[in-house]
Design a protein around this ligand. Structure first.
Ligand code: NAP
Length: 481
């Protein structure tokens, strides 16, 4: 099939599917979750073999994937997510009568989704991007990640089984294999209406630029990772140095550090730097190296470390051992805040179990750091409550720099829920007003439309008088059912 015929079929499927009720879309998604679970015994070994991730992790990831699918099923079954808003007409208003205006969210059309290497299930074929697009009413043209082709094809087969069982058009989902040229051709196709991507900064930015160079530019929701800094305060470190060191290293090295939320940067006050460094060095020694997702990622990891080793501002606490290239071994370097501030290269993500410990001398330095910090998916603050009393200015700055601000725990382990925000200011993403995890991810694939004085029988159910769907709507400025 040519890309023209794939997109034409997807467009045709769209014109039908966008009008399918939320309840039917939910039934389709629930069927898909059941089919994926029924094929667990085939999917899990494939994903383990292709990703080098352990079986326990992949089993958990499949559960996360089906849980995510059910969350979107519940969302569209309930239906209020379309933000139905009604300003009724007032023909007697003076000096001019007021028109009847009704607004809601409508799906965009065919969406291109790129799978991620580090989540072969939850951020790939039937992952959050695909499912939120399908839940919104958009068909998906999916570019498989070449690191797990068989897993991807197997999950694609499950999606097709669910489509057939639900009596929906097969062009609702198309699985494409290929490389950079194929991915770019998809983004350039005139019938593509949006792009979702999780991966490298280089890849995400290239696709964003490409989409903006089209005759009709389209939104690109690229999640390109971040260094997820942790800001530590003296009293907190003094009180909990060992548990915090354990928590930090546990989060840093989880999945061989191959999470977009792993904390690659930690700011530590000078008076506790040596004690904290010793505590984390103890923890690091217990972590064995393990295979990374694919040789390219391992190579990129060691290339980045090698570059940083050439920088004299860094003092190495633990050096990565590139002896067995596919294995990612942990690494830790220390740098003074004034040196870190002098070169933005120290803010670049090193994808893997490497962290930079930045030693700060004063609160002024901390403020300077917060001002210079690039956009992040997450920022974590470890402080006793009383230490934050006078830090409203700092917290205000940090709020500007991230999508999720944590005051407890670690940034890895992104909960899939209604309130989750997994996104952030550039360069962590190309769309800071969006999330790629959680219920609000659906908003990426819709646009508002208002109907003015449209006859009742032509209006979508969500906007009709009498509220036939029983959803929450804003009528004359007040939320009612
Ligand atoms: P990647 O290189 O960005 O690739 C992701 C997907 O995008 C692949 O399907 C790739 O196609 C495609 N792609 C990349 N550059 C492209 C371009 N210029 N034009 C069109 N398509 C393009 O990511 P990866 O292979 O998963 O890992 C490489 C690096 O990405 C890692 O070392 C890490 O730094 C980062 N990463 C970040 C996250 C995150 O959560 N943000 C997750 C995983 C990886 P091909 O593979 O066919 O070329």
């Amino acid at each position: 099939m040519t890309y023209d015929s794939i997109f034409s079929a997807a467009q045709e499927a769209f014109l039908f599917y966008k009008n399918v009720s939320g309840k039917e879309k939910a039934a389709f998604l629930e069927t898909l979750a059941e089919i994926l679970e029924a094929h667990r015994a085939e999917i899990v070994p494939l994903a383990v073999r292709e990703s080098n991730l352990p079986e326990g992790r992949i089993n958990g990831e499949l559960g996360r994937t089906t849980g995510q699918i059910r969350l979107f099923a519940n969302l569209v079954k309930e239906g209020s997510w379309v933000e139905a808003t009604i300003d009724p007409a007032d023909p007697n208003r003076s000096p001019l009568p007021k028109a009847d205006i009704r607004r809601f969210l409508t799906p965009l059309g065919p969406v291109v989704v790129f799978g991620a290497s580090n989540f072969p299930l939850a951020f790939s074929t039937a992952g959050g991007d695909t499912i939120s697009a399908l839940a919104s009413g958009c068909p998906v043209i999916y570019k498989a990640h070449p690191a797990h082709p068989e897993t991807s094809q197997k999950v694609a087969d499950c999606i097709h089984e669910a489509i057939v069982k639900s009596g929906l058009p097969s062009a609702l989902f198309t699985h494409i294999e290929g490389g950079i040229a194929e991915g770019q051709a998809l983004v350039k196709h005139h019938l593509a209406k949006a792009v979702a991507f999780t991966g490298s900064h280089v890849g995400g930015k290239a696709l964003f630029d490409l989409a903006n160079q089209r005759e009709e530019p389209i939104p690109v929701y690229a999640e390109m990772g971040s260094v997820n800094p942790i800001f530590t305060f003296p009293k907190k470190l003094e009180n909990e140095i060992v548990p915090l060191a354990k928590a930090f290293i546990g989060s840093l090295t989880l999945g061989v550090g191959q999470f977009c939320t792993n904390p690659g940067l930690i700011f530590v006050p000078k008076e506790h730097a040596i004690a904290f460094e010793n505590a984390i060095a103890d923890e690091l020694n217990d972590i064995a190296s393990a295979p990374m997702l694919h040789p390219g990622i391992a190579q990129a990891y060691y290339d980045s470390i090698q570059y940083l080793q050439s920088r004299e501002e860094l003092r190495w606490v633990k050096v990565a051992d590139p002896k067995h290239l596919i294995n990612g071994s942990t690494a830790l370097a220390e740098i003074k805040a004034k040196d870190w501030l002098s070169d933005a290269v120290f803010q670049k993500e090193v994808f893997g179990a490497f962290a930079m410990m930045v030693v700060y001398k004063s609160e002024d330095e901390l403020l300077e750091i917060a001002k210079k910090l690039h956009g992040q998916l997450t920022i974590t603050v470890w402080a006793e409550a009383e230490e934050l009393q006078n830090q409203l200015f700092l917290l205000n700055l940090l709020e500007e720099k991230c999508g999720r601000l944590l005051f407890k725990g670690v940034p890895t382990g992104v909960e899939v829920g209604y309130a989750m925000q997994h996104g952030g200011p550039y360069p962590s993403t190309t769309a800071p007003n969006s999330t790629s995890v959680g219920a609000h991810a659906i908003k990426r694939f819709v646009r508002p439309i208002a109907f003015q004085d449209m006859p009742q029988d032509l209006l979508p159910d969500a906007l009709r008088d009498g509220n036939p769907l029983g959803i929450w709507r804003m009528v004359n400025g007040a939320y009612i059912k």
